[in-house]
Ligand binder design. Structure first.
Ligand code: ASP
Length: 599
């Protein structure tokens, strides 16, 4: 705590701030019973408040009988206020692990302010083995635990550092609406029915994208917001239906300006969090290189096992599976899984097929390498010795290593082998402890093929990203002025320079299958704003939950959000989402087709 509280009749000092230098003084503290011990007629209470813990001692001769009697009835998590003398502990009772460990408060007066039922799980255990749903259901108790308090303090520090740094750089924090229209960030919208306009719906923002662009047109030049975003997606560890972004936009800038600001902000954040990140400027990797070498647009570069495109080296072999893929325009990718790969059992190797199958590939082909880079597999006979050696060399494999291959349509082979690399990197423990890698992924394509004949293209970032190249040519060849920031294999942010020319914006929307009428209906407000003198502009959004989770060493962003949802989107605390009464639906002009809830 930065300063002592304003004293009142409940508390004069923070518990965690009391020190040996305070010995002899009288004070009053308040908080929760963290632990209690009875010792030879004395009652010891570890009293916890947000600042820490102090030991209270109740001596039968040191306080009125009714206070001692009340102390005997204290149980875990009861709430009290107590006053007494701060005294040095006897030498044998000093606790060097506690900042207040040299002293104790000898209680003269104590009032129980609230009693607590037995907590659903212990508050004083840092490594709690309790089902997460139970923790979420009793979140008020869970949040009392020291690890949760530390993460939320860290989160506060991160956000404060962001605000301070951006304020120093002349950014203005502006709020944008939560009840709004759909923004196309590629996810499903959460919708809110309008009572005042029958049959109409608000969408919760997937991001403040269009509003921040309007703020640039409006001349605000440097905007940011700690913005809540809503996306109705299937959830995983690093996803929540509502999450928080640092959203930022600047006018009269190019890529270097946005990247520069973000490197300064993130460097300050890493410093504030005591996180040992490499010094900026961070390396940049073109998207195509990331996809090839790591099979991923958020590559984890903390370990090797890099992927090589071995199709060109294997063209013309007698192995029908690979040759068929090559002839069909697909890709054969491989990496060297090393001696650890070679040590995998038959059933472990079979298990790897499941990893690649999740990405649509059929199988991973393992081939052991022998002397001279030649292959020790019954598949070897299908390939020339030159081919075998060339592949072994391309992935840096020597005798005793294992090669893993995936052959499929290019995007499938890429994703499947990328997933395999990550799986084995983790399984083999290849990620060095304490190492952190940051890199920008740049030179993105603008569009991605959907495989759909009516709408063949979708925007890789979003449709407001400025394109690079000929919009009248092959959309697949158009680049974009986008950039993503990747930390330890996790995308922690992304943004772009935007389109500020309304004609270009119309053209991009048309390429995405959004005709003029639909464009007007959905984005007319943006198009009209772009007609009114729009400066060149660009920005970025950073995932605050993800960043804090990584800084705190947590696997799940649920641990850095005070009141998160579970993987099925539910909130065990409040019971949301919950059915509503038919009259409430009727007022909103909504009829439910959902089956009646089963109790
Ligand atoms: N609005 C984008 C997103 O939420 C970020 C950006 O382009 O600034 O992903």
């Amino acid at each position: 705590m930065k300063r002592e509280p304003q004293p009142n009749d409940l508390r004069e000092r923070w518990s965690g701030g009391l020190r040996a230098t305070d010995a002899g003084a009288t004070t009053r503290v308040a908080g929760w019973v963290h632990r209690r011990r009875d010792h030879g007629g004395l009652i010891f209470i570890d009293l916890r408040d947000r600042s820490g813990i102090v030991q209270l001692v109740f001596h039968p001769d040191g306080c009125p009988a009714e206070v001692f009697a009340a102390a005997e009835r204290l149980r875990s998590e009861h709430v009290l206020t107590a006053s007494g003398e701060i005294a040095m502990r006897d030498a044998e009772n000093v606790n060097p692990n506690l900042p207040t460990g040299e002293i104790e408060l000898r209680v003269r007066e104590m009032t129980v302010l609230a009693e607590a039922v037995t907590p659903p799980f212990p508050v004083d255990e840092d490594d709690l083995e309790v089902d997460e749903t139970i923790r979420l259901e009793h979140r008020a108790v869970d949040l009392r635990r020291a690890p949760m308090q530390r993460t939320l303090e860290l989160r506060h520090r991160v956000v404060k550092t962001i605000r301070d740094t951006l304020d120093d750089e002349d950014f203005l924090e502006v709020e944008t609406p939560i009840l709004t229209r759909s923004t196309p960030e590629g996810a499903r919208d959460f919708l809110v029915p309008s009572r005042l306009q029958a049959g109409s719906w608000y969408a919760l923002p997937q991001s403040p994208q269009l509003f921040k662009q309007l703020l640039m047109v409006a001349g605000y030049e440097r905007y940011f917001q700690i913005a809540r975003c809503f996306r109705d997606e299937d959830l995983r560890g690093f996803r929540q239906p509502e999450f928080t972004q640092l959203d930022l936009e600047m006018a009269f800038v190019g890529e270097e300006d946005v990247i520069g600001v973000m490197e300064r902000v993130m460097t300050a954040v890493f410093e504030a969090a005591g996180f040992d990140a490499p010094a900026a400027p961070w390396p940049r990797m073109p998207y195509a290189e990331a996809m090839l070498r790591y099979g991923n647009d958020k590559p984890d570069t903390r370990f090797g096992m890099e992927i090589a495109d071995v199709g060109p080296l294997l063209d013309g072999s007698d192995f029908k599976v690979f040759q068929g893929v090559i002839d069909g325009g697909g890709a054969v990718r491989a990496f060297n899984a090393g001696p650890q790969g070679a040590a995998l059992s038959r059933s472990e190797l079979d298990g790897l097929n499941e990893v690649v199958q999740r990405h649509g590939a059929r199988a991973a082909a393992p081939i052991p390498v022998e002397e001279g880079g030649l292959w020790g597999s019954n598949l070897a006979k299908f390939f020339s010795e030159d081919q075998q050696r060339a592949v072994s060399e391309a992935v840096g494999a020597a005798a005793g290593d294992l090669l893993l291959f995936v052959a499929d349509k290019e995007p499938v082979a890429c994703a499947a082998i990328g997933a395999l690399r990550l799986e084995l990197g983790e399984r083999f423990g290849l990620i060095p402890e304490g190492r952190h890698d940051l890199l920008w992924i740049v030179d993105w394509p603008m569009f991605e093929a959907t495989g759909d004949s009516v709408n063949p293209w979708t925007a890789i970032h979003h449709p407001f990203t400025a394109p690079l190249g000929d919009l009248d040519g092959d959309p697949g060849a158009v680049g974009s002025r986008a950039y993503d920031l990747v930390l330890d294999g996790v995308e922690i942010g992304g943004g772009s320079i935007r389109i500020h020319d309304p004609a270009v914006q119309q053209q991009i929307l048309a390429l995405l299958g959004i005709d003029a009428a639909e464009a007007e209906a959905r984005f007319g407000f943006l198009l009209r704003a772009l007609d009114q003198g729009a400066p060149p502009h660009g920005g970025i959004a950073m995932g605050i939950d993800r960043i804090v989770a990584i800084l705190a060493g947590r696997q799940s962003i649920r641990d850095v959000i005070a009141f998160p949802k579970t993987a099925s989107g539910g909130d065990p605390l409040t019971g949301a989402p919950a059915p509503v009464d038919p009259p409430q639906l009727a007022e909103l002009f909504v009829a439910s087709t959902a089956p009646a809830p089963t109790e």
